[in-house]
Ligand binder design. Structure first.
Ligand code: ADP
Length: 353
């Protein structure tokens, strides 16, 4: 196969290397001649001098490159890579003229993976939220119908049903409140809070407000904080919410008659607050998914405890907005420790990981 030597090849290669998009120039034989930095980052296994189809062995991609290289023009295909992790690319393939039998081609890659994950999450979220609302709603309507019909004159049943209806109504209200909080926090995710908030004072306030709830489950709350204020750059309401969710969970899911320890610790550039219970803990396979919306280890137990399945998702988003980190440790059977680590006031804000 003979190729006409392209006098512009070095310039074309330089152009590809200068691009911000992920692009690769393949010569008429399908060998990578130039790669943009974004391309190297996207597919590190592909190097100059290598045949692209040896790295991405997708038959549709090989076919499309072949066609464009032979006939010229352009094509767009979508490629789903499943190994090592699922990734979706939209690939634009365009021919450059210059070859006799086949043309060199330029491929530009768009990484659609994040978009696809977000789309799937949104669809799941709407389905989950509707399902969570529909269950109490169906029960409410059922009781209304019974009260209008068969139980119309049964005062005993009416009082019982009204109590259940109130509970279902409160459950729906909690769910709507949690959904609204979550969307409000997400909306402001890019604005890191910057007012001084004392983590010790926040923790003390939450311990005071949850003492009654703890007493009902015979749980002892222990708070340890440094004597001086522990200031972080924060949003007071959000940090109260964070502590409330963690301590409430420790009381709800910890051991009845057990102890919950809340520790505020001050470091040089960070401060942390941890909540430890001595309950059954969380099986390790659930840990990575615990902060997902509506994820519960035991759905029935969560519902019974009045949970919406959104508490830890709210905690995670608050921590992220504060440019902090959340760690969860649990040895099954030996309780759980949830720790929020936040940058101290005036500390350099790192990029959130
Ligand atoms: P919920 O409204 O169900 O409490 P969360 O998002 O706050 O929702 O928590 C999600 C799930 O994580 C809970 O349903 C529970 O299964 C588990 N969980 C949370 N905290 C603890 C804990 N301290 N010990 C054991 N399991 C916990």
């Amino acid at each position: 196969m003979v190729d006409v030597v392209d006098p512009y090849a070095p310039a074309t290669a330089a152009l590809i290397e200068a691009l911000g998009a992920a692009a690769v120039l393949l010569d008429a034989q399908g060998v990578a001649q130039a790669l943009s930095p974004a391309m190297r980052a996207l597919i590190p296994a592909l190097e100059r001098g290598q045949s692209l189809t040896l790295v991405l062995r997708d038959p549709d991609l090989i076919d499309a490159i072949e066609q464009v290289s032979r006939r010229g023009g352009r094509r767009v295909i979508e490629l789903v890579e499943r190994v090592p992790v699922e990734r979706t690319f939209r690939i634009h393939i365009a021919a450059l003229t210059g070859g006799v039998w086949r043309n060199p081609v330029v491929l530009t890659f768009e990484d659609l993976s994040e978009l696809r994950v977000t789309e799937r999450m949104r669809v799941d979220f709407v389905a989950n939220a509707s399902h969570e609302l529909r269950t109490p709603l169906a029960s409410l309507l059922g009781f209304v119908e019974t009260l209008q019909g068969p139980a119309r004159n049964d005062t005993g049943a009416r009082d019982r049903f009204l109590t259940i209806m109130r509970e279902q109504g409160l459950r729906m209200a909690r769910l709507v409140d949690d959904l609204l909080s979550l969307s409000r926090i997400e909306l402001r995710a890019h604005l890191a809070p910057d007012t001084p908030v004392d983590l010790s004072a926040i923790s003390r306030e939450i311990v005071d407000s949850l003492t009654l709830m703890a007493r009902e489950r015979k749980v002892t709350l222990r708070l340890e904080t440094p004597s001086q204020p522990v200031q972080v750059a924060g949003d007071r309401d959000e940090l109260l919410r964070l502590m409330e969710n963690l301590v409430e969970n420790a009381i709800k899911y910890g051991r009845e008659g057990g102890a919950v320890a809340i520790d505020v610790v001050e470091g040089a550039s960070e401060a942390s607050v941890s909540v430890r219970d001595d309950g059954p803990g969380i099986p390790p396979e659930h840990l990575p998914r615990l902060t997902e919306r509506f994820y519960r280890v035991d759905t029935a137990a969560s519902r019974e405890a009045g949970g919406t399945g959104l508490g830890l998702a709210i905690v995670k988003h608050i921590v992220l907005r504060h440019r902090g980190r959340l760690t969860i440790e649990s040895e099954y059977g030996k309780g759980a420790v949830f720790k929020a680590i936040l940058p101290r006031l005036g500390a350099m804000v790192r990029n959130p990981s």
